[in-house]
Write a protein that binds this ligand. Sequence first.
Ligand code: GCO
Length: 256
Amino acid sequence: MSTQLFSLAGRTALVTGSSRGLGFAIARGLAEAGAAVVLNGTDAGRTERAAAELAGAGHSTRALAFDVTDDAAVAAAFKTLDDEGVAIDILVNNAGIQFRKPMVELDVADWRRVIETNLTSAFLVGRAAARRMIARGGGGKVINIGSLTSEVARATVAPYTAAKGGIKLLTRSMAAEWAEHGIQANAIGPGYMLTDMNQALIENRDFDAWVKSRTPARRWGRPEELIGAAVFLASPASDYVNGQIIYVDGGMLAVL
Ligand code: GCO
């Protein structure tokens, strides 16, 4: 089988929320598969340092700090890329936050912040990228980052769950409208991963024990374990895959 199927040589990827965590792991994996990678975050310093780390490993990277929830900021960021002649072939909508509180105690501002960051941003950045992919004659990849909560709920994370459920059907909406333009829109659903966002859960002995007993693999996932699915969905190997979500969850969703 040709390894070219999984090569990203000559392609440019934008990964939102990639200054650390899952986004940084995915950005590094796409770079290792040959892509030039634009890293994004809200913290310019952290994003620059992340890009420099990948550049130090010999990869073609740049940092582009902008607020993915702000339509004007997204438009300005893509104009910067346009002006520099940078065409985004692969978009990974990874930016996301978590906020754990029972709904009856939740402020509407907290609800809106999570929905805007975890769902609306994928629409805003996806729309900007797709407009350009279509204007260039089509072709491109959009990979949205979902969650176990794209399928099932857990108490105290309602806005995150609603957003990630939305990511699953936004992905299908993107497929419905953009597949005819040669753009494949799909998603990855990470399981319980060892990330900063989950640190409080990892350190909680009861929650840690629950994850390990509830997951057939009997362990938390490592961010780099998302790279295979990301490279597959970013590469020619997935040119006939549309609207799908691939769960990388140690089997958690497969069992009761
Ligand atoms: C939580 C966690 C989860 C995981 C992940 C699972 O509080 O339950 O943060 O949301 O991060 O999304 O797929």
